[in-house]
Design a protein around this ligand. Structure first.
Ligand SMILES: [Zn+2]
Ligand SMILES: [Zn+2]
Length: 243
């Protein structure tokens, strides 16, 4: 019995030491101050992140006039039913996403997806969570250059957090030009038919994961593809929304 007690005390001490080390090791990705337990971001920096609070109930476009819907959504309802975006695409979120996406700083992806997942969880507190998580795919040529797909990385974290399967059911069938420099019309024609289905989504509520939602052209095209294949609803889970 004494041996068992000693052994369990030793295990307890080792677990405490490991937790303490982990705590010491966490360091804020913005100011290098000690992070919070298990999170590389200090609380003051977390509270300073540009939260998206007032926005269109359909597409999450930031709105500053207390209206429920933006002009675009009033004109034509988007294919997706809902958008969850914790932040505005402003400093320092914009720079953090770039460091994650282009410099493969996975610790940043981990911090952002950790906080985002908790935000999504509270947004769905009394509502049905999605059945499937599907990341926005990159064309294989772009993925080869970048080395990874940032949306898939986030989707994998959410899948683990919510215990919802993540499936690569969308495929880019052709490379598309970078959207940033294009007009709204050019974006639409650039993305037209860019995705194809490679899995069964019939009867499923699908969460589509992307890092940043700009005009919504990419997620609209993906949503149409999923709805055509029988998905009941499509929700967009992104980190940040541009103005
Ligand atoms: Zn900090
Ligand atoms: Zn809208």
């Amino acid at each position: 019995m004494i041996m068992v007690n000693r052994f369990s005390r030793l295990i307890g001490t080792l677990i405490d030491r490991a937790a303490a080390l982990q705590h010491i090791a966490s360091q804020c990705i913005l100011c290098a101050a000690p992070g919070q337990k298990g999170l590389d971001l200090c609380l003051p920096c977390q509270l300073d992140l540009p939260a998206l609070t007032q926005c269109c109930q359909q597409c999450a476009l930031p709105l500053f006039d207390h209206k429920a819907y933006c002009g675009q959504c009033l004109l034509s309802t988007p294919a997706y039913q809902r958008v969850e975006a914790p932040w505005l695409y402003q400093p320092p979120i914009a720079q953090l996403i770039s460091r994650f996406k282009y410099s493969r700083q996975y610790s940043i992806g981990k911090v952002l997806s950790n906080i985002a997942a908790r935000r999504y969880a509270s947004a769905y507190i009394d509502q049905k969570l999605p059945d499937l998580i599907v990341p926005i795919p990159l064309h294989w040529s772009r993925q080869t250059i970048r080395g990874f797909n940032q949306s898939e990385h986030l989707a994998r974290y959410y899948s683990h957090h919510f215990n919802i399967p993540m499936k690569r059911f969308l495929k880019r069938c052709r490379p598309t030009a970078a959207q940033q420099m294009l007009t709204a019309d050019q974006r639409r024609s650039n993305m037209k038919g860019a995705f194809q289905m490679c899995g069964d989504v019939a009867g499923k509520l699908v969460a589509v994961v992307d890092d940043v939602m700009t005009t919504g052209t990419t997620v609209s095209e993906a949503s149409q593809c999923l709805l055509k294949a029988g998905a009941t609803e499509v929700h967009i889970w992104c980190l940040a929304r541009t103005e």
